[in-house]
Design a protein around this ligand. Structure first.
Ligand SMILES: CCC1=C(C)/C(=C/C2=NC(=C\c3[nH]c(/C=C4\NC(=O)[C@H](C)[C@H]4CC)c(C)c3CCC(=O)O)/C(CCC(=O)O)=C2C)NC1=O
Length: 169
């Protein structure tokens, strides 16, 4: 698992180089947004269940057939599994936000996920929609919390959807 700093150090150490201008620039960006990253993580921790609920509600409004017989969220067990997955995406994204690096998502979340979803017939398209909804809900909340530039929030959520596959519904 890596963060921005350990990632840079290992890249430069492999080739025995001092940190150059590119490295210094990315460190500046990382530390410059550091306060906002911590604020975002604190907001997520304090509001995780309402963020997950809001995301689920918007997903089922947009793809109502998920809840109908034959839909993948039909039955309480599967509905709960879906919201639990959303909670995983949120929690691990909060780690990635603090790290400024998506390694933790690749290692802990995405590894084998597509295969699991395929074998259980969990549809990837609506999952991608849900993750994007979650990103938007979170960014809106963070803006009202006084974070002016929330673009750093895109990174982990976009990483998740890109890696999970851009399947359209
Ligand atoms: C921390 C990393 C981690 C992840 C990401 C994870 C995901 C994950 N989601 C699963 C199931 C599931 N995932 C969903 C999700 C959905 N269904 C829908 O209709 C929606 C599109 C979507 C929610 C957005 C559902 C319904 C199941 C249960 C499927 C079944 O058993 O039939 C399963 C199968 C085992 C289980 O049910 O617990 C795994 C492993 N597990 C992990 O340990």
């Amino acid at each position: 698992m890596r963060d921005t700093v350990t990632g840079l150090i290992s890249t430069y150490d492999i080739t025995g180089r001092y940190l150059d201008r590119d490295a210094i620039d990315s460190l500046k960006v990382y530390f410059g947004s550091g306060n906002d990253r911590v604020k975002a993580a604190a907001y997520i921790s304090a509001n995780a269940s309402s963020l997950v609920k809001a995301t689920g509600a918007a997903l089922y409004e947009r793809v109502p057939e998920l809840l109908r017989p034959g839909g993948n969220s039909y039955t309480t067990r599967r509905y709960a599994a879906c919201l639990r997955d959303l909670d995983y995406y949120l929690r691990y994204s909060s780690y990635a936000l603090v790290a400024g690096n998506c390694d933790v998502l690749t290692e802990r979340v995405l590894n084998g996920l597509r295969e699991t979803y395929n074998s259980l017939e969990v549809p990837v398209g609506p999952t991608v929609i849900a993750i994007q909804i979650m990103k938007d809900v979170l960014k809106e909340e963070l803006t009202t919390q006084g974070i002016d530039d929330t673009s750093f929030v895109d990174v982990p959520f976009d990483h998740l959807t890109r890696e999970l596959g851009e399947v359209s519904v």
